[in-house]
Design a protein around this ligand. Structure first.
Ligand code: SF4
Length: 122
């Protein structure tokens, strides 16, 4: 998050924020790349705002197979604006995807590794 972007030479993360006395400081203040496809025509998103915290980064990102930090930041902005909890939203949108992926993975494993034994589940 601190790494400078090649497009504008700035980092997504501007600073951290913390509740009083907390050493974790999970709060993030971020600024999106104004040239990113998601916001290039939306100047209202070009300023600093709440960034992706670690729980939201997992839910919106890793759980959904998304590694584009700018896209995650935009999704996080949208969740916050529309009253969605980004963690719940990301986990909910990831569920069908991960379930399908898990199910197809299980089927291909059982077909290729375990032959036709109907009693063997794994
Ligand atoms: S982890 Fe984050 S939300 Fe929890 S107390 Fe620390 S700064 Fe506040």
């Amino acid at each position: 998050m601190h790494r400078k972007r090649p497009t504008d030479g700035k980092a997504n993360l501007l600073t951290n924020g913390a509740c009083f006395g907390c050493t974790i400081a999970c709060g993030r203040i971020s600024r999106m790349d104004p040239g990113h496809f998601s916001v290039k025509d939306k100047p209202q998103y070009h300023g600093a705002s709440g960034g992706v915290e670690y729980e939201a980064a997992w839910a919106l990102g890793a759980a959904n197979g998304v590694s584009d930090l700018e896209a995650l930041t935009y999704a996080n902005f949208l969740c916050n604006e529309h009253g969605f909890d980004p963690i719940s939203f990301g986990a909910t949108s990831a569920r069908p995807w991960s379930s399908t992926s898990w199910e197809s993975s299980r089927r291909s494993r059982s077909a290729s590794s375990y032959g036709s034994d109907p009693w063997r589940r794994w």
